[in-house]
Design a protein. Structure first.
Length: 477
């Protein structure tokens, strides 16, 4: 069942500690991902409710795999912390090239002051949002099971406890490299790089400059991911290097959220008091994080450090323009523009300036714009001022350079009707705390088809009412 050649144990004792999850009193599977379970060959574990509850709470092992917690460091809000690690998570299996990890499963060697547990709310939140991201076509870790522990945890208030089973291509992070690099362990650094290449970028094995190529590909995967976030109005909330995956997946759904009304300065996280990880800052933070990775790789790029630095600096400059190209593709597609380039940058910025000026809903605005193109009529959704008229005229002229049908098709594929809106997530969480899973399950079903109009589910596409605004998120698990 477990993939021995992909085991983190091959890296050696520097990289992990063996830890047993904390047993809970009365675990119960509340939600599980049938499709993912079948893909992993684990569907049978959920046919016996008690068996699934015991395994995915951490009470019983999955096969003969001895659980472990991974070591890493990280820049947290710009400040380097030399030792972090999985303080409340346990890797319980590696199957078909994927890691299975429990979150909220108790303390480990890397725990600091926390209890290593999670409230049920953040577990439900990550389950819903990560699966929604997958259906939106965004690379992401996924959720296999949400388990109630039958116990309570103390946070802002006493809450029911929960454990999430997360599935990832890899749990290697920029912070993993920072952990080894900061200790000056060159042999271990090479071992880590070789392991990461084999696990995440196996086609690079055997290449003469595989470490530089690894930096390029991992960096491009990460920047493509951020461009996708930006196109959905998604704000990760805590883009520390320990939350930056080397496999190009969205990792750690803590204080994340999707924008309703557009603001380039939008922040949801209660701990991001200075807006370091605000919406508009995400691309530059991504490049900042990649600079941290580049610093770690200096000894592997060239035997002369100064030469290595020049090579990596050149790559980082290239990555800035790479992101710009990816961003234009994503944002242009939302406006129906095929192969958008630098000549379209002004038009795209006009659109976002208009949305921000009138505090228009990010998702609904793009749907209304598509309807406008489809019908060629005025749309009551928009404030029909001079800025809108200017944008509309220039946009219409731009789209005349390509087939109208192609523009509509592109907008249909690029603009979801349903996203995991904050007020819907909160309703699902609060209902779950009260023992009612019906809304959470319905929301999950709706989000499985984000680009398809679903009859009778209008409430799932609407923005929040006035009493639901001013949303804040918290680091939960």
């Amino acid at each position: 069942m477990n993939d021995s050649d992909a085991s983190y144990r091959r890296l050696g004792a520097h990289f992990f500690s063996e830890n047993t999850p904390t047993k809970c009193l009365k675990p119960e599977v509340l939600l599980y991902n049938q499709d993912l379970a079948e893909d992993l060959g684990l569907a049978n574990l959920f046919s016996d409710k008690d068996q699934g509850s015991q395994i995915f709470s951490g009470n019983k092992p999955l096969g003969d795999f001895a659980p472990l917690s991974l070591a890493y460091a990280g820049h947290q809000f710009g400040h380097f912390v030399p030792l972090l690690g999985d303080g409340r998570a346990h890797l319980i299996a590696q199957i078909k090239g994927f890691d299975l990890q429990l979150k909220g499963s108790g303390r480990s060697q890397f725990s600091r002051r926390g209890d290593g547990k999670s409230a049920l709310g953040p577990v439900i939140r990550e389950f819903i949002i990560s699966e929604a991201m997958h259906k939106l076509g965004v690379p992401t870790t996924r959720s296999l099971a949400a388990v109630a522990t039958g116990e309570t945890v103390q946070r802002e208030e006493i809450r029911a406890g929960g454990v999430l089973t997360r599935v990832a291509k890899s749990h290697l992070r920029i912070g993993t490299f920072e952990y080894i690099s900061s200790r000056g362990l060159k042999d271990e650094l090479k071992k880590l790089a070789d392991f990461t290449i084999k696990k995440c970028y196996p086609h690079l094995q055997g290449q003469e400059e595989k470490y530089l190529e690894f930096f390029k590909e991992a960096s491009q995967s990460y920047l493509k991911l951020i461009a996708r976030w930006m196109g959905l109005g998604f704000i990760h909330g805590v883009m520390n290097t320990d939350n930056s995956s080397l496999s190009g997946e969205t990792l750690d759904y803590g204080p994340c959220a999707f924008m309703d009304d557009f603001s380039s300065q939008r922040v949801f996280s209660s701990i991001d008091q200075h807006g370091r990880y605000r919406y508009s800052q995400q691309p530059s933070i991504g490049l900042w994080n990649l600079t941290s990775l580049a610093h770690c790789l200096i000894p592997l790029i060239h035997e002369d450090d100064q030469t290595a630095v020049k090579i990596l600096q050149s790559e980082l400059e290239t990555l800035a323009s790479f992101y710009e190209t990816e961003s234009m593709k994503v944002m242009g597609a939302k406006l129906g523009i095929e192969s958008a380039g630098t000549e379209d940058k002004k038009l795209i910025q006009q659109w976002f300036d208009y949305l921000e000026k009138h505090h228009l809903d990010f998702t609904l605005s793009h749907l209304a714009l598509k309807d406008l193109l489809d019908s060629q009529k005025a749309h009551s959704f928009f404030v029909d001022d001079e800025d809108f008229q200017t944008f509309r005229n220039e946009w219409t002229q731009r789209l005349k350079l390509q087939e109208t049908n192609r523009s509509v098709e592109l907008m249909n594929r690029s603009n979801p009707i349903y996203i995991p809106r904050n007020h819907l997530i909160e309703r699902a969480i609060q209902n779950t705390y009260q023992g009612d899973l019906r809304f959470a399950r319905e929301l999950i079903e709706v989000l499985k088809h984000p680009f398809t109009e679903q009859e009778g589910r209008e409430e799932f596409r609407q923005g929040p009412g006035p009493l639901q605004q001013g949303y804040r998120t918290f680091c939960g698990t």
